[in-house]
Every structure is written in structure tokens, then in C-alpha cells.
Design a protein around this ligand. Structure first.
Ligand code: EPU
Length: 429
């Protein structure tokens, strides 16, 4: 266990290479078991979560190797069911449900619980698989799904919040090997779902409507091996973009197709942010930006992503006036607020809306990261603050941001990891 000591207030600036997408990587790793030939994935970020998914694949009987951004998975013969610890430690392991039932015709896996960001039901995943002909039982905290044959159907994946990303992916994966055509309405359109569909197409899947809210999948007898390069991580890109604006510095960010981040870039540009595309770089001119307070809401893609809500809260502490953000996807995803308040941020809550008044000179504090994206938000706040911060719970950040500390140091951040034993008698708080 490590914590990070951050000396705030140093000028930042420079270049950041954006890694491959964490969530696209997790979906692709899980879906790779649909074929018994090797699947090679490039631009895979070296993260706790991707390595953990690799370990789960190994426990299922897959060959798995991972070196310098390239993962090779071969699911020649797979057996077994994911363990409770796997699903408990990484909720994204739920996206093995569709691939496993498609490949093995039966699976028994622990039901994922909620987590710090809120309730995370899987009713829509199960509804979709049932429509494809699966029998589903829930008992003793496990879900069992089985089907002699998966048969194409018309399924709606929508709910009051929009659609479900991993639920859509589970149904897509199962439908690729079903008999006949499946039509998925209200499919999630997140870039990570699109990227997965592109990978499946390379594996021989027949998918129409990629990127739209209605997908048609014509089942095939089997999928084959393929090579695929993951899209860049739009949330990592957004996090560094917000850091440049909050810190009023210049950052050159690499490798991003802007439509993946359209809502963020457009909203900020309309509210005074200055950006420039130069060659392969996206340059954020934080010092030339003059941001006005904003009223934002998170939505499914192409809306503003929930995964950037926490870093946006840090930015809002640096904008003069009252900004607000409504969290529609996970209305309780606000565990970072109390930590920001401890640093001096002026924030009030009104249901799922955080109202943040700036400008506040944040002051360094001891903090505990409650979840991955809150981690980015608190790192940002510590870098902007006067004085020293000691941040516990950095393992959350290691789950989803590749080499975060090193990338920050390269742009001028002054921080260092310390073993928790040295600071806290061996106990992580
Ligand atoms: N929902 C239901 N029923 C379901 C499934 C979802 O009601 O059967 C609701 C959820 O409660 C939530 C909403 O649907 O209100 C959206 O949840 P979704 O299923 O889309 O989330 P997810 O697939 O579990 C993925 C990302 C999350 C990201 C969300 C929303 C992966 C591995 N995870 O989760 O990423 O926040 O979509 O975009 O792709 C992160 O990277 O930090 C992260 C949490």
C-alpha cells in the first residue's frame, strides 16, 4: 500500500502521451474469449485493472501474455467460472457474462454488488440475455445463465438513465454467436462500445449500425482470431485537459480523435477555454483561457461523461462565480466533495447537483481517495493547493490511469509515493 505526498503550487506545463483506453481494453479482453484463436490487442494500458482481467482470463484457462502495450489472449479451451473475489475486486469482470455464455453455453458468476459510486444493477444485462434464450437463476449471490442455443431477438437496453455500457456489450457478445439476427435498441453508443464492435467485426462478427443506437447483429457459427488497436483513453485525455485549465498552464496532449471528447471540448470552448490543434497534438492554453462559470449535466455518450464529473468539480473551484454539475448516471457519485471541502472548496449539494463557488485557493490536506475518478480530482486539487497534501488510497488511481505519477512529474508536479507503513503504522486509512 502506498500513499502520495504532493507539494502543491508548482507551475505545470509540457507534453502528455495519452494511453490506450482502460474501459475499451477491459471490454476487449473479456470479448477475446469468444474465439478459440489468438486475439492480439495493441495500445493496452498497463493498469491494475487490465492486469487483473488478464489474471481472471488465466484462471478461466486462457493463455495470456502482456508486454509493452500488447496483450495476447488465446482461449483455446476455457472452463470454470469467475470467482467471487474477481467480481468483487473489479466490477468490470461482469462483462465476461455474455462472452462466457456464448462460448460455453453456461456460466455461474457472483452478482456484483453496488460500489462507492452507487447502485450498479445488472437487470438489463439479464433481460438481454433472457431475450436471447438464456435461462437465468439467481441464488446465494450468484447468477447462473445457460442456453442450449442462443437465438436472435429484438431487445431494448434502455432505462431511465439512458443505456448501459457493459450490459450492451454483454448482449452484443452473446448475439455474435446466436442463431439468426439480433436487434438491440437503445444500445449504448460510448466510443468503447464502438471500439469493441470494430474488434468483433475483425473477428468475423456481422454487426450493422456500429455507433448508432440500433445495432443489428447476424449471428455466425464461430469467431476467429484478430489483431486490434484500442482507442486512446478519452477520460485520461479529459483529466489532463481539465488539469491544464485548472492550473492555467499549457499542456500538449497527444493522440485523440476529438469526436470522442466532443461534449467536453465544445462545452469548455464555449465557456472561454482556448484550445488549438497542432499536428498530432491538442494544445490546451490554460493561461490564455478565461473560464466563465458553467452549469453542466452528465449524460450517456455523446453527452458529458460521468467519469469526468469529479475532475470537473476541481476545475470549478478555480473559476470565479458559481458553477454546478448534475450527475445523472450515478446520482451518489460525490464522495470526492467532502475531501475537496476539507481543502477549502466552497461546495453545496442539492440532490444530485453539486454547486461550487470559486475562486478558492485550496490548501493542502490529508485525504483518502474513495474511487478512481475521485482520485484524479483529488490529485488535481493537491497540485493546485498551497502546501503539502498526503493522499491515501492511491491504488484506486493505479486501477485506471497509466503511470499517472510519472506523467505528472514530467509536466512539473512535485510528488512522491511513500509506503503506507512509513506514514501510518502499516495501516491504509
Ligand atoms: N444500470 C441499470 N441496470 C443495468 C445496468 C446499468 O439500471 O442493468 C444503470 C446504472 O445504475 C447506471 C447506468 O445504468 O445508472 C449506467 O451504467 P452502465 O451499465 O452504463 O455502467 P457500466 O457499464 O457498469 C461503464 C464504465 C464506467 C462508466 C459507466 C458509465 C466500464 C468497464 N465501466 O460502467 O466506468 O462510469 O459505464 O459511462 O466500461 C470508470 O472508468 O471509472 C467507470 C466507472
Amino acid at each position: 500500500m502506498y500513499c502520495v505526498r504532493v507539494d502543491g503550487g508548482h507551475a505545470l506545463g509540457g507534453q502528455v502521451a495519452i494511453s490506450g483506453s482502460k474501459n475499451a481494453g477491459l471490454l476487449a479482453l473479456a470479448a477475446s474469449i469468444l474465439a478459440d484463436e489468438a486475439v492480439i490487442l495493441h495500445h493496452v494500458p498497463d493498469l491494475k485493472d487490465t492486469r487483473f482481467m488478464g489474471q481472471i482470463l488465466e484462471t478461466l484457462g486462457c493463455e495470456f501474455s502482456f508486454q509493452t502495450g500488447t496483450a495476447r489472449i488465446r482461449a483455446r479451451e476455457i472452463s470454470g467460472n469467475p470467482f467471487y473475489e474477481c467480481v468483487r475486486q473489479m466490477r468490470a469482470s461482469v462483462c465476461l457474462l455474455g462472452p462466457l455464455v456464448a462460448r460455453l453455453k453456461q456460466v455461474r458468476m457472483p452478482l456484483p454488488g453496488g460500489c462507492i459510486i452507487g447502485q450498479r444493477p445488472i437487470d438489463l444485462h439479464l433481460h438481454g440475455l433472457k431475450a436471447l434464450g438464456c435461462e437465468i437463476f439467481i441464488q446465494n449471490g450468484f447468477v447462473s445463465a445457460s442456453a442450449d442455443h442462443l437465438i436472435g431477438a429484438t431487445i431494448s437496453m434502455g432505462g431511465p438513465f439512458g443505456s448501459t455500457v457493459t450490459g450492451t456489450v454483454n448482449v452484443i457478445c452473446a448475439a455474435t454467436l446466436a442463431k439468426g439476427a439480433t436487434v438491440i435498441r437503445n444500445a449504448a453508443r460510448e466510443p468503447e462500445v464502438v471500439d469493441l464492435c470494430r474488434m468483433l467485426t475483425k473477428m468475423g462478427a456481422k454487426i450493422d449500425g456500429i455507433g448508432e443506437s440500433t445495432l443489428t447483429i447476424e449471428g455466425v457459427d464461430q469467431l476467429h482470431g484478430a489483431c486490434h488497436e484500442l482507442i486512446p483513453d478519452r477520460i485520461e485525455f479529459g483529466t489532463f485537459l481539465l488539469l491544464a485549465l485548472a492550473g492555467r498552464c499549457e499542456l500538449k496532449l497527444s493522440k485523440m480523435s476529438l469526436p470522442l471528447c466532443g461534449a467536453l471540448v465544445d462545452t469548455l470552448a464555449t465557456n472561454g477555454a482556448v484550445f488549438e490543434e497542432i499536428g498530432d497534438f491538442f494544445v490546451v492554453h490554460g493561461s490564455r483561457s478565461n473560464l466563465r462559470p458553467m452549469r453542466l449535466e452528465t449524460f450517456p455518450f455523446p453527452g458529458l461523461p460521468t467519469d469526468l464529473q469529479a475532475p470537473l468539480c476541481t476545475l470549478f473551484t478555480q473559476i470565479s462565480g458559481a458553477s454546478s454539475i448534475v450527475e445523472h448516471i450515478y446520482p451518489n457519485r460525490f464522495a470526492h466533495i467532502v475531501e475537496l471541502q476539507r481543502m477549502g472548496a466552497v461546495i453545496s449539494m442539492d440532490g444530485p447537483r453539486a454547486i461550487i463557488r470559486g475562486v478558492t485557493q485550496l490548501s493542502g490536506a490529508k485525504m483518502v481517495i474513495p474511487d478512481l475518478r475521485a482520485g484524479a480530482c483529488l490529485y488535481m486539487a493537491a497540485l493546485l493547493a498551497n502546501g503539502e497534501s498526503l493522499i491515501h488510497g492511491v491504488h484506486h488511481v493505479d486501477r485506471g490511469y497509466e503511470n499517472f505519477d510519472e506523467k505528472l512529474k514530467k509536466i512539473g508536479a512535485v510528488l512522491q509515493r511513500e509506503e503506507v507503513e512509513r506514514t501510518n503504522g502499516g495501516k491504509e486509512i
